[in-house]
Write a protein that binds this ligand. Structure first.
Ligand code: MV4
Length: 450
């Protein structure tokens, strides 16, 4: 096991990783921007190093300063958390070149999955179901038209360097194909410096269901059940739950088998997530692979009794994962995570940074809160608006929902607007309660949710 690791992140995820490290007897080094000097993760760490000013380009994305901090403190490994450098293959490579362990997959896996057309081709080759569409980049309008005619309209043009919803264009009729194709290429070129696009049949009213995976150096590959992340707004997830209310055991098993197949095809190591689209008939298709741990990992931890971050550290240290002998995983109860953001739902979810004057946490059975905030803390305008994640676990979905309602009522945050009132409305919404939410949930239910 490592003696000391550096956490190249901030906020709740930095604290989450430090807690896991401490349980493993591993010392922690925090890095921070001048803006975050007085935050709790910086105090919690065994050591802390300032890596630059508030803008993340000069601090949390400053590869040279982060690697220097690791070397100067004698850290042997770096955990990137999520966001910032987590899916940056150059950073993973730089760590290895400097003799540091990157707590995550290889740079090659990050690159292969970061290019969405190449990820799709890899999945097609290994027999993981993909949405009908092109067999790689569409090099020309004619190329795109041929695939669109093959699979039928409507289709979706996606940027290969995109992901997470960036650079997608729907095409509903043949006469729009040329203009949408050109617009997609131009947009992708400007946004990512890579104009490559590919094409898929548009799946109507899909659900977003993803499988958490872990792989170690000893050939253990496990699928830790699924999460349903259909409740999103402009590709920002707001509420996630596990298991998905839309899967039966047979589909769950098939999706887990597909996820493990995908991992083995790229010789994947450490934690990752395979995202699937689930259509209205119950068929699922590979969408993307995220080569990092995700914000919503706690719902999976709650229903599989695992500590995904500790497993990541064990695997990176060359130890076997501790949960391999418990696979396959079937859900133990139900968990719901709500993202409490410093945003005003009444005003288009506009960010509301500021000082938190009162902060009373919920508690009791089945409640977990992931936050770095204390009373008097400031939500900085420089970073994302996540204040806390409220995770509620129950024996079944109904109990999880009842606990979530009770916990939201106990949660008091004053000084800033938050998404708490919005979540209270979601938990009363008929479509949500029926387990029927698809990715257009917020758009179509907004009237009911405000
Ligand atoms: C799709 C799709 C429908 N059909 N692909 C959005 C994020 C990126 N990972 C891919 N996304 C989608 N891909 C096909 N062939 C619909 C979406 C999509 C979506 C997916 C998951 C969660 C929310 C979404 C919101 C809009 C569109």
């Amino acid at each position: 096991m490592f003696d000391k690791i550096l956490i190249a992140n901030r906020g709740e995820v930095a604290l989450r990783v430090m807690r896991a490290a401490r349980e493993l007897g591993v010392k922690t080094v925090a890095v921070y921007s001048t803006e975050d000097k007085d935050t709790y993760p910086v105090q919690y760490a065994d050591e802390a190093v300032c890596i630059g000013p508030a803008p993340s380009g000069q601090s949390y994305l400053n590869v040279a300063n982060i690697i220097t901090a690791a070397k100067n403190t004698g850290a042997q490994a770096i955990h990137p958390g999520y966001g910032f450098l987590a899916e940056n293959a150059d950073f993973a490579r730089a760590c290895v070149e400097e003799g540091l362990v990157f707590i995550g997959p290889s740079a090659e896996c990050i690159e292969r999955m970061g290019d969405k057309a190449s990820a799709r081709e890899t999945m097609m080759a290994c027999g993981v179901p993909t949405v009908p569409g092109s067999d790689g980049i569409c090099e020309s309008v004619e190329d795109a038209r041929q695939f669109a005619e093959q699979v039928g309209y409507p289709v979706l043009i996606k940027a290969t360097a995109g992901g997470g919803g960036k650079g997608m264009r729907e095409v509903h009729a043949p006469e729009d194909l040329e203009s949408q194709y050109k617009a997609a290429c131009t947009e992708a070129g400007a946004a990512f410096g890579n104009a490559g696009v590919y094409l898929e049949k548009l799946v109507l009213r899909p659900r977003h269901v993803e499988i958490q995976v872990l792989a170690d150096d000893f050939g253990n590959n496990v699928a830790l059940c699924e999460r349903d992340c259909s409740i999103q707004r402009r590709h920002q997830k707001l509420l996630e739950e596990a298991p998905s209310p839309a899967l039966d055991d047979e589909t769950r098993r098939a999706m887990g088998v597909a996820a493990v197949k995908a991992m083995r095809a790229v010789d994947y190591r450490n934690a990752g997530t395979i995202e699937f689209l689930l259509d209205e008939s119950g068929s699922f298709y590979f969408m993307e692979m995220n080569t990092r741990v995700q914000v919503e990992h706690p719902v999976t931890e709650m229903i599989t009794d695992t500590d995904i971050i500790k497993e990541q550290i064990r695997i990176a240290a060359g130890e076997p994962m501790s949960c391999a002998d418990r696979a396959p995983f079937f859900p133990n109860g139900h968990a719901i995570e709500m993202r409490i953001n410093a945003e005003d739902p009444e005003h288009n979810f506009r960010p509301c940074p500021g000082t938190i004057t009162k902060f009373d946490l919920p508690g009791g059975p089945g409640i977990r809160v992931e936050t770095y905030i204390k009373q008097g803390s400031k939500i900085s305008p420089f970073y994302d608006s996540l204040v806390a994640k409220l995770i509620c676990h129950g024996q079944d979905r109904q109990e999880a929902v009842e606990r979530a309602k009770r916990a939201l009522d106990e949660f008091v945050i004053e000084g800033i607007a938050t998404t708490i009132p919005f979540h209270k409305r979601v938990l009363e919404n008929e479509v949500f309660l029926a387990g029927d939410a698809t990715t257009d949930f917020i758009e179509t239910q907004m009237g009911d949710l405000l």
